[in-house]
Design a protein around this ligand. Structure first.
Ligand code: ATP
Ligand code: MG
Length: 280
């Protein structure tokens, strides 16, 4: 695998246009759906990431455009979660610059939501109370935050489960509640760390469709880490490949979020390329 950072620019499809996605979302929105947010630009420049005693990634240059979905793949331990935690502001960069809209990321912020693979719901709160929590932290008044939480739970198909505790619902339902909790405070960036990794294939495909349906209308910028190459190629406008302590390539995905594109020759060629890169 190449250790040099090679970033391919768009050959056909421009990165998602937040204005266009906002307009289409607005036209599709029901009265219950909130207006789209403005996506945000996430940038790493010559960044070294990891812990002071162990560097995970060196010399990372990456630009995630407003409203884009960037998927990230790489073998276990290559630094995917490190990249995401750095963008979330949970890990400072060891060198270089990590910025949101040109401003250095210096810690966690409500404009960037992080969704973990592991179940991160608070077990003693109902699903609705879990979704309300970030709204309460934002200072949204009780009645309004209850309305918004219920609306998000409706949108992820949990209307009739909102009063349940997390241990009384399935893993897929908990993931949907986590998605609702992440999106409810209207983040401008959503950072997702293998959110569907523990789900069976069918539930996972359903969650991918739900993510596209619910998230795409929000206008938020998304960085989505996955082990699953097909998931990366379905969801991403671009896919970033990590390996050997580097960002090795960023590839434009032909026909993203189109299930019928699975057999597209260009998509199949990219799939082979990504699999080869992961096995070297
Ligand atoms: N808390 C920690 N302290 C020290 N080193 C860590 C810590 N967490 C992760 N690392 C190291 O940082 C490197 C990158 O880890 P990271 O968790 O980012 O990998 P990953 O690509 O997300 O792996 P996986 O696919 O298994 O989740 C690994 O070598 C790992 O051992
Ligand atoms: Mg990880």
């Amino acid at each position: 695998m190449s250790t040099s950072s090679e970033t391919r620019t768009s050959t056909g499809r421009a990165p998602a246009d937040p204005a266009a996605s906002a307009a289409s979302a607005a036209s599709a929105a029901s009265v219950n759906e909130p207006a789209p947010v403005r996506g945000t630009r996430l940038t790493l420049r010559a960044a070294t990431l990891g812990r002071p005693d162990s560097t995970a990634l060196a010399d990372v240059d990456l630009d995630v455009s407003p409203g884009e979905i960037l998927t990230v793949v790489g073998s276990s331990g290559c630094g995917k979660s490190t990249l995401l935690r750095t963008l979330a502001g949970l890990l400072p960069a060891l060198a270089g610059a990590v910025e949101q809209d040109g401003l250095r990321i210096e810690g966690p912020a409500a404009t960037r939501a992080l969704v973990f693979q592991e179940d991160a719901l608070l077990p003693w709160l109902t699903l609705r109370a879990n979704v309300e929590l970030p709204l309460a932290i934002k200072g949204v008044p009780r009645t309004e935050r209850r309305r918004q939480a219920q609306s998000w739970l409706d949108r992820v198909g949990l209307a009739d489960r909102s009063g349940q505790l997390p241990h009384r619902v399935s893993g897929g339902q908990r993931q949907r509640a986590q998605l609702a909790r992440a999106l409810a405070p209207r983040p401008r960036a959503v950072l997702m760390d293998e959110p569907f990794g523990a789900l069976d294939a069918q539930t996972r495909a359903g969650m991918q469709d739900l993510l596209v349906e619910v998230l795409h209308g929000t206008g938020a910028t998304v960085v989505f880490v996955t082990h699953d190459v097909d998931e990366a190629l379905f969801l991403g406008d671009r896919v970033a490949l990590l390996g050997s302590g580097r960002l090795t390539a960023v590839c434009e995905v032909p026909r993203p979020r189109d299930r019928a594109a699975h057999d597209d020759p260009a998509r199949a060629a990219l799939r082979r390329e990504v699999l080869t890169s992961l096995s070297t």
